[in-house]
Design a binder for this molecule. Structure first.
Ligand code: GUN
Length: 293
């Protein structure tokens, strides 16, 4: 396998985390500030439990103070809002993250909007989303932010490229489109979604193809242009009898099929997912050091 083609999430995420760690030490020495990040996890979604645990581990590695509040599935919306208010007012907490998805009876929008936008290190608050769209400094959703960072670090040119994003979620697709549109990346952007008539018609024209639909192996080789850069955002657990646990993680891209055509490609695992956590650390440090607001 031509390993030069792999965009190495392990390498770039450890670079970002090392930089954040060093700046965190400096912030403490110079200003006596230790960044603090609070996690709120509601219910017992196994994937969310893993994500929050991994984010907590990263905080420990870097030297952040972190607290995780786990609430039962049946928790009422008001209790969550009260807890958010507490963290909003707590000066030892600089970043506040409510892991999504929330149980169905909770109004996700209301919860997100109750987070102080200056502590919204997820970049989900309408204040930050709006600023992203008009090109102002703000907290950017960690997964698309991580993708940009990986692309910059691996020297991928985005200016004037046809960038096609498959998926229009608030967490990935939409902020990703806004980032590629900004003057610093300067791509021509197309967003495909579940109502797009013929995704292949667009994806075949993509110099950069971002797959964020949550369907294992959705992007097949015949959908990809020769020489395309392929960014796989998917984290899907599929059955695999040969794997020790009987399941394994795989992306939204048929990696083996698309690899020969790609000029660069992110693997799953070992790609975008690791960058998401690294950029959360970056956002939290920026919140603590008052760089953003
Ligand atoms: N659920 C899936 N991705 C994310 C994320 O980046 N942040 C939060 N809070 N929830 C998520």
């Amino acid at each position: 396998m031509d390993s030069d083609k792999i965009i190495d999430g392990r390498l770039y995420s450890s670079q970002v985390k090392a930089e954040v760690k060093e700046e965190t030490e400096r912030l403490y020495i110079e200003k006596g500030i230790q960044p603090g990040l609070a996690f709120i996890l509601v219910g017992d979604n196994p994937a969310s439990q893993v994500y929050v645990r991994n984010k907590g581990k990263a905080c420990e590695e870097i030297g952040f103070h972190s607290v995780t509040k786990v609430l039962p599935e049946k928790t009422e919306e008001n209790q969550i809002l009260d807890l958010i208010k507490e963290y909003n007012e707590d000066s030892s907490i600089h970043g506040l993250l409510v892991q999504l998805p929330l149980p169905k009876h909770i109004n996700e929008e209301k919860v997100i909007e109750s987070i102080d936008f200056r502590k919204d290190v997820d970049g989900f608050h309408p204040h930050n989303v709006g600023k992203l769209l008009i090109g102002q400094k703000c907290f950017v959703s960690c997964t698309p932010y991580g993708i940009v960072e990986m692309m910059k670090r691996s020297g991928i040119e985005t200016k004037g490229k046809n960038t096609v994003i498959i998926g229009r979620s608030n967490i990935v697709g939409k902020p990703m489109a806004a980032l590629f549109l900004r003057k610093d990346l300067n791509s021509t952007v197309t967003v495909c979604h579940s109502a797009t008539k013929d995704i292949k018609e667009y994806s075949l024209n993509a110099d950069i193809l971002v797959a964020a639909i949550g369907k294992a192996g959705f992007v097949k080789s015949d959908m990809v242009k020769e020489g395309a850069v392929i960014i796989d955002v998917g984290i899907n657990r599929i059955e695999d009898k040969s794997a020790p646990k009987g399941t394994r993680l795989t992306g939204d891209v048929d990696f083996e099929g698309c690899f020969p055509k790609a000029s660069k490609i992110t693997p799953v695992p070992g790609g975008v997912g690791l960058m998401t956590i690294a950029m959360l650390m970056r956002n939290t440090l920026d919140a603590a050091s008052g760089k953003m607001y």
